[in-house]
Design a protein around this ligand. Structure first.
Ligand code: 8X3
Length: 255
């Protein structure tokens, strides 16, 4: 499938949205919402079989992407001639440990994926987003980008850093036709906790037991709203939690 640029001479073509980490969870749900809004969605992730199935269902394009690998990011971006919307969704947490027991490899993975991954993709696609004349960058940070919590420092530091990278672009791009929205989800039941607990489904399930968390679709619908605002409206930051959660550390179970 070719990805055409929407230009004055090519007005009929669909606008192009790129979603990273699109093989599951918030990324997959967002790809579906944007496709339903008429975007040609380019989905990127490492699990290509899942991506291809998704792309087939939404009439989009699947391209292999590992945001921690510079060459993979370059190859991914080279195949996309034009971009209107970028959803920086790839990221995640590994492990739960106090600073005293921090696992350096887990930290490296979290910083590579959340921080440098967002930097690589954003940097590579920025010229095309500006050229679109109405670009939008949505970065999925987290409530962990504004709060620190016990045993979560590898993730909370990475999310703070990713968010500050994103926020820095607002003034840097002032005067250019690019909007920037940071989405800060709280508890969303996806593969997030499964990855954090290294595939331990029992531990992952316990996180959401006894409360009603958000689901990926809840977040995707908010992103769809952001993407459907007119060009002069910039929704800057959206903190999104289930009713059962008050802060990163407090929910109906913790009291
Ligand atoms: C995920 C939310 O509360 O586990 O970004 O940090 S939390």
């Amino acid at each position: 499938m070719t990805i055409a640029a929407t230009t004055a001479s090519n007005p009929g073509d669909r606008k192009v949205a790129v979603v990273t980490g699109a093989s599951s969870g918030i990324g997959e749900a967002t790809a579906r919402v944007l496709a339903a809004q008429g975007y040609h969605v380019v989905v990127g992730a490492r699990r290509v079989d899942r991506l291809e199935k998704l792309a087939g269902e939404i009439d989009g394009t699947a391209i292999s992407l590992d945001v921690t690998d510079e060459e993979s990011v370059q190859k991914f971006c080279e195949q996309i001639p034009a971009v209107d919307v970028l959803i920086n969704n790839a990221g995640g947490a590994k492990g739960i440990a106090p600073v005293a027991d921090a696992d350096l490899d887990d930290w490296r993975w979290m910083w590579e994926t959340n921080v440098l991954g967002t930097l690589r993709v954003t940097k590579a696609l920025l010229p095309k987003l500006i050229d679109s004349g109405d670009g939008l960058i949505v970065t999925i940070s987290s409530i962990a980008a504004i709060e620190a919590y016990d045993n979560g420092s590898g993730y909370t530091t990475a999310k703070h850093a990713q968010a500050v990278l994103h926020r820095t672009l607002r003034p840097e791009l002032l005067g250019k036709p690019v909007r920037l929205t940071e989405i800060q989800p709280g508890m969303v039941e996806t593969e997030f906790s499964l990855v954090r607990f290294d595939g331990d489904a029992e531990k992952a399930g316990k996180v959401y037991e006894g409360l009603t968390p958000l689901v990926a679709q809840d977040v995707a619908e908010v992103i769809g709203f952001v993407a459907s605002r007119p060009p002069h409206v910039n929704l800057d930051t959206i903190l999104l939690m289930p009713r059962d959660q008050a802060t990163a550390r407090r929910n109906v179970k913790t009291g």
